[in-house]
Design a binder for this molecule. Structure first.
Ligand code: S3P
Length: 426
């Protein structure tokens, strides 16, 4: 797909519902009592895999509209083992959280994924779930993941890597364990699971560095509205920061403090960011975010900040290319085990279109120039976040970008190019 440079990005938009929350509400809705009605569901290839997975486990899901669903919960122990493997596609969140949900269910479940998901680390969920009493098999630490549910014991578990997916898997398994399960997290990661479990009536105790859940008898969610996905908005926000004359507002977007490190870093770099109409949506902080193009300076981002910006680090690299001076990211080795090796992908693809960037083992270094990048060919490598990065880089480039594998956006934001075009039509 050809992405042409644009003179400016201007306008008001909304983005689809948050992907992390969409996965969670379908999975938790499946083990609730009765109906969970969901508004603002973020429909994408990843979240459709979650709907298909719970259906395969015997849960009825009605789709009233593209973003309106009803999940007919079967209760905490009501899932039924299918004869076929559960296909998690490209979705790490689905595979890891589902492993937690299934760890206490009767039966044997096989979880498979696509080539990318099958190369990502799965021992990080298998290990704590085994400690709780489930039988977990991986193939050299990777999918296919076989879960044989068992009688679970509560555990105290300190996360070896900051990961909301691992934390969530342990908490979800904790619902079916005897006693109180505690996850200690040295660095805070997104807390959507905790918020939803509280809302569903589970007994959740939260402290600054840990969270505990009690074994539960029943859960009930009834209704949930999902805010817009900050990570989807981020591609458009960064494009607007870097294209001179831009002024865009994304309405109704989730602003969970553990997700919006990008806004803090962009502000530190000199970006003009404003938040209006702060309001809760579905138990999450949300609001309207306005970004105007700005002159930027380089920034330093280290380990402590990484979990709050982990999915936006590729985009941060693009902002940094346009910033005067050096930007250094460290403490982000996790990027190497995302849908692709995002350190290699970001560095090699941005360099191909004119950036001064180099990889380090756990991040990158960028020498920014306050001018448009040249442009050229950019390969998304099957990774949705790289596809959105390539498109944002294209609109802010001098000569445009030939974006290979653009359809990777389907993983999280199928309407992405339409929205980008809408903002470009000034
Ligand atoms: C997610 C957690 C993060 C993030 C991913 C979604 C979630 O992964 O990168 O896109 O929904 O819990 P990790 O838990 O592996 O850090």
């Amino acid at each position: 797909m050809r992405i042409e440079p644009v003179p400016a990005l201007v306008g008001h938009i909304a983005v689809p519902g948050d992907k992390s929350i969409s996965h969670r509400v379908v999975l938790i809705g499946a083990i609730c009592e009765g109906e969970t009605r969901i508004a603002g569901f973020g429909r994408s290839r990843d979240t459709e895999a979650t709907v298909a997975a719970v259906r395969a486990l015997g849960v009825r899901v009605d789709e009233q509209d593209v973003d309106t669903l009803t999940v007919h919960g079967v209760g905490l122990r009501g899932l039924v083992a299918p004869s076929e493997a559960l296909d998690c596609g490209n979705a790490g969140t689905l595979m890891r959280l589902l492993a937690g949900v299934l760890a206490g269910q009767d039966g044997r479940f096989e979880l498979v994924g696509d080539e990318s998901l099958s190369s990502r680390p799965m021992e990080r969920v298998a290990e704590p779930l085994r400690r709780m009493g489930a039988r977990m098999e991986t193939v050299d630490g990777h999918a296919p993941l076989v879960v044989e549910g068992g009688l679970l014991q509560a555990i105290d578990y300190e996360l070896p890597v900051p990961s909301a997916q691992v934390k969530s898997a342990v908490l979800l398994a904790g619902l079916l364990a005897e006693g109180e399960t505690t996850v200690v997290e040295p660095l805070p990661t997104r807390d959507h699971t905790e918020r939803l479990l509280e809302r569903a009536g589970a007994s959740v105790r939260r402290r600054p560095q840990s969270v505990s859940v009690q074994g539960a008898d029943q859960l009930s969610l009834e209704y949930l509205e999902i805010p817009g996905d900050f990570s989807s908005a981020a591609a458009l926000l960064v494009a607007a920061v870097t294209v001179p004359g831009s002024d865009i507002t994304v309405h109704g977007v989730g602003l969970n403090p553990r997700r919006i490190g990008l806004l803090d870093i962009l502000e530190r770099m000199g970006a003009r960011v404003a938040i209006y109409n702060r309001r809760p949506i579905g138990g999450e902080p949300a609001g309207d975010v306005q970004v105007r193009s700005s002159e930027l300076v380089g920034a330093t981002v280290t380990l402590a900040e990484v979990p709050t910006v982990v999915d936006e680090l590729p985009l941060l690299a693009l902002a940094a290319c346009h910033a005067r001076g050096e930007t250094v990211l460290s403490g982000a080795a996790e990027l190497r085990v995302k849908e692709t090796d995002r350190i290699a992908g970001v560095v090699e693809e941005l360099r191909r279109i004119g950036a001064h960037i180099r990889a380090t083992p756990d991040g990158f270094r960028i020498r920014g120039v306050p001018a448009r990048l040249r442009g050229g060919t950019f390969d998304a490598r099957g990774d949705h976040r790289l596809a959105m990065l390539g498109a944002a880089a294209g609109v802010s480039s001098r000569e445009g970008v030939q974006l290979q594998d653009a359809e990777a956006v389907e993983t999280s934001f199928p309407g992405f190019f339409r929205v980008l075009e809408q903002l470009s039509a000034v």
